[in-house]
Design a protein around this ligand. Structure first.
Ligand SMILES: [Zn+2]
Length: 375
């Protein structure tokens, strides 16, 4: 879901979409144009249904955006930074950096989404009733009413990453006083709902409703894995909170001239060091990229003699950076899976270290052995 195409900025929040969204757009347009609209408002040319269907597809995403923006704006009002909003297959995701400070803030951030969808549904219903003279427009808005009610209800299912899961988690957090325990118990409840959905999907499949059966089971499976990763993420963040990057990073860093061939590097540089990642620099000493040992050894032997490090390095602009004082949990939340590509640590413009997944795993192991401090 990280690979998204930028759409633009609204209220200072970056909006992007994932390619999977086009699939749903096509499905929505097609369903409206071929099935729903001709049945409810007959007598128009096929082209008219397609145009109105496409408008419906766009409005569908406008409604999703309204839902996500309500999360993002309330989060920002409660001091949680918002990295951006991504629209994808299942709807939208607001990428929040950091966690709400209180159970109340978490409940408000989660709860405003379904409320917004119900609000949009109410507005669509009013317009649908007011435009009853035009069957086509009224029908489109009735459909939009239905979609938003469903969106609100579906999001209230108490399973991560749905709003209902966060609402439940904030309630349990408020009752127990521990966010970690709140997430843990909410994930357990969510797992029951996920299994119920998988069972319902299997039952539908058995009864011959193949498409909806697969779809429901798939969503159940998705909720199951999302719950597991939510809990893992929450545990990791708890253990890594208030651990600075400087405690995990590998330091000092050895940088290599980027005009050296891969073969020379593997034969005469790599054996003298124990690092797995090396930043590379040009003749002027400017950093140009990062190479990983694992990528280089995988190169076919004939290519090694020809290719220079600068040809195979990950460009420096694409490498995430941090400073020694950043909180590890905040870093991981900020860059996510990009940690796999290594993170360069700069202090006052100077490269002072590198953070790899192995570094984080080492800190995590130590902290887990010691046991967490106060949650
Ligand atoms: Zn939501």
């Amino acid at each position: 879901m990280t690979s998204s195409i930028r759409l633009g900025r609204l209220f200072g929040i970056e909006v992007g979409f994932n390619w999977s969204l086009i699939f749903i757009f096509a499905l929505v347009t097609w369903t409206l144009a071929v099935d729903l609209l001709p049945a409810d408002a007959p007598g128009y040319a096929a082209g008219v249904y397609w145009v109105v269907g496409a408008v419906g597809g766009v409005l569908f995403y406008v409604c999703l955006l309204a839902h996500e923006f309500s999360h993002a704006l309330v989060a920002r009002a409660h001091g949680v930074k918002v990295a951006g909003i991504t629209l994808w297959l299942f709807g939208g995701v607001s990428r929040l950096e950091g966690e709400p400070a209180s159970a109340r803030a978490e409940a408000l951030i989660a709860g405003v989404g379904p409320l917004t969808s119900f609000g949009v549904a109410a507005v669509a219903l009013v317009i649908a009733l007011a435009t009853q003279g035009s069957a086509l427009i009224s029908d489109l808005l009735s459909w939009l009413t239905f979609v938003n009610v469903m969106l609100g209800l579906f999001n209230l299912v108490p399973a991560f990453p749905l709003d209902g899961g966060r609402l439940l988690s904030s309630l349990l957090w408020w009752r127990s006083g521990s966010r970690q325990r709140g997430v843990h118990n909410a994930v357990r409840v969510g797992r029951v709902f996920a299994y119920l959905m998988i069972a319902a999907g299997a039952l539908e499949l058995f009864l011959g409703q193949v498409a909806s059966g697969i779809w429901i089971a798939f969503i159940g499976w998705f909720l199951l894995s999302a719950g597991a990763s939510e809990e893992a993420g929450s545990t990791i963040r708890t253990f890594l909170r208030s651990v600075p990057v400087s405690a995990a990073m590998t330091s000092p860093v050895v940088t290599i001239p980027d005009w050296v061939t891969v073969q020379t590097f593997l034969e005469s540089v790599a054996p003298n060091h124990s690092f797995t990642t090396y930043p590379v620099h040009d003749a002027s000493g400017r950093l140009t990229g990062v190479v990983r040992l694992s990528d280089l050894v995988r190169m076919p032997a004939p290519e090694r003699a020809e290719k220079h490090l600068k040809d195979v390095a990950r460009p420096i602009d694409a490498v995430p950076t941090t400073n020694p004082r950043e909180d590890l949990s905040a870093l991981i939340q900020r860059i996510g899976a990009d940690l796999e590509q290594r993170v360069l640590v700069f202090d006052g413009g100077a490269l002072v270290g590198i953070v790899s997944p192995a570094d984080v795993a080492r800190v995590l192991t130590v902290r887990q052995t010691l046991g967490p401090r106060a949650f």
